[in-house]
Design a protein around this ligand. Structure first.
Ligand code: CTP
Length: 232
């Protein structure tokens, strides 16, 4: 099909192959945590940012693994797609291959809590109010920061609605990251679902405020910044 031919041509001709020889793991999309056979807890992540990063890295010659929660986005060709549903699935998929990676970019919106008990049968409504008991999930990024192999570059994501830089810097330190790509959900055109983003790339040394640009352009800037840091 023409689209397939175009994808092959793009892979060969689109970009300078400045990530050739690099193994890159990208996570994308939301996780879903079941309540019962009918319902689950999730978030608004579309997966678009992570998929754009995976595609850009593939076009630049990297060997890309994309661990993705359920999304409606078409996965890019020539990446190794690992579909997952829950935070636990993502933890297992990521940690089983993390040692082999040169760069890990965690764009996924992972649940911080999941229902403590998943009901086997559909929960029926009653006349009273109900509450759900939640337990913490494992923080995948924190685990990666603590078990990182020498020379591996670790980039997290941070979504904030207030004190973006300050809160994101705290995550950078707490999770032992090299970089965190932060955005403020309250800025129109940034964050979940849309095709644009306005991110700030935060490292120990500096902050790079990107303009409001497409998620594809944002992906290119993230990869440029990672290469710049790794080549220092
Ligand atoms: N993350 C993760 N595992 C989790 C939760 C989050 O790997 N269980 C990763 C996300 O993929 C993202 C980063 O951590 O790269 C930031 O996630 P976020 O939920 O914003 O940060 P938290 O540290 O959970 O803090 P808070 O929710 O309080 O803002």
């Amino acid at each position: 099909e023409p689209e397939t031919l175009l994808a092959y041509i793009e892979r060969e001709a689109a970009c300078e192959k400045d990530l050739k020889g690099k193994k890159i793991l990208v996570t994308a999309g939301p996780t879903q945590e079941s309540i019962d056979p009918v319902r689950y807890i999730t978030n608004h992540s579309s997966g678009k940012m992570g998929y754009a990063i995976a595609k850009a890295a593939m076009l630049r010659g990297a060997d890309v693994t994309l661990v993705s929660g359920r999304t409606a986005v078409e996965p890019p060709m020539f990446v190794n797609l690992v579909p997952v549903v829950t935070a636990k699935d993502m933890y297992e998929a990521v940690t089983s291959v993390s040692d082999e990676q040169d760069i890990i970019i965690k764009a996924a919106a992972v649940a911080d809590y999941r229902p403590k008990h998943i009901a086997d049968e559909k929960v029926k409504k009653s006349d009273s109010e109900m509450s759900l008991e939640l337990e913490k999930t494992d923080d995948i990024l924190k685990y990666l920061g603590e078990h990182r192999k020498d020379g591996q570059f670790l980039c997290g994501f941070s979504m904030e609605t207030e004190n973006m830089v300050e809160n994101s810097r705290k995550k950078l330190e707490k999770k032992k990251l090299d970089m965190i790509a932060a955005n403020n959900l309250k800025v129109a055109g940034a964050g979940f679902q849309g095709d644009t983003n306005q991110m700030t790339l935060i490292t120990k040394e500096d902050e790079t405020a990107l303009p409001m640009i497409s998620k594809e352009e944002t992906a290119a800037c993230i990869l440029d910044k990672i290469l710049e840091c790794m080549n220092k």
